[in-house]
Design a protein around this ligand. Sequence first.
Ligand code: SIN
Length: 277
Amino acid sequence: MSTIELEKMSEHVGTEILGIDLNRASDADIETIKAELANRGLVVFRDQNLDEQAHIDFAKRIGPIVVNNYFPENGKFPEIAEVRKAETQLANIGGGWHTDHSYDQIPAMGSILVARELPPVGGDTLFASMAAAYESLSDGLKKTLESLRAVHTADHIYGPQGFLSNSDQGADLKGRDLKTLAIHPAVIRHPVTGQKLLYVNSAFTTHFEGWTRDESLVLLNYLYAIGMQEEFQCRLQWQPGTVAMWDNRSTWHYALNDYHGHRRLMHRITIDGVPIS
Ligand code: SIN
């Protein structure tokens, strides 16, 4: 019999799942995890002992793996991308509000991050609920957003002129020559729950289709301020053995960069998504 317990991390996003060893999860446990991920956008497991192969095996039970085109690869396991920052580096990966892979026309469903090396303090990750952000808008703005599609790309981050490519993370990144362009509705429905979600983010959304960048920024910056409100967030403090999995359609996340002089290494596996609308 399952001993799983669910503990909310905040009102709108995140559930800590207790009483489970991911190396021994039953099929019923996996279904519970998937349902909680769809409903709460983020699930967190503590005190796990997942080696790289177990990380891959667990990920495959959630969905097909998609390899990130830019992050440094783990030398031994190509399915695993490394989110790492050395003692000597200043830039980090993911240090701004974003949702992974929104620059793909079929964005990744989610990501599974395993803490491998942590700074003594700091390096937390913030998550925000895009269902709560959308629900908080007026009926008038919701109606306006329904008619808008937004353009997403990663070129200004990972391309030759990109700010991360030109930071001290640049030498570790790959995919500099790739070009990305995706157009998504500004509001999407979650493929599992049917919930409406705000689907723009400050890292990868450049403008609304048919609008100039300057025109778009007025509305985008307003929406970002809504999405960043603390009541829609939860904060994950990593510990050795912490594993987190988030849904990229319904959440934003932000890797805090407050641990200069210390090393942080996370292993990320990205799970493939389905067309969104
Ligand atoms: C990411 O954006 O995928 C990285 C999150 C983190 O390092 O906490």
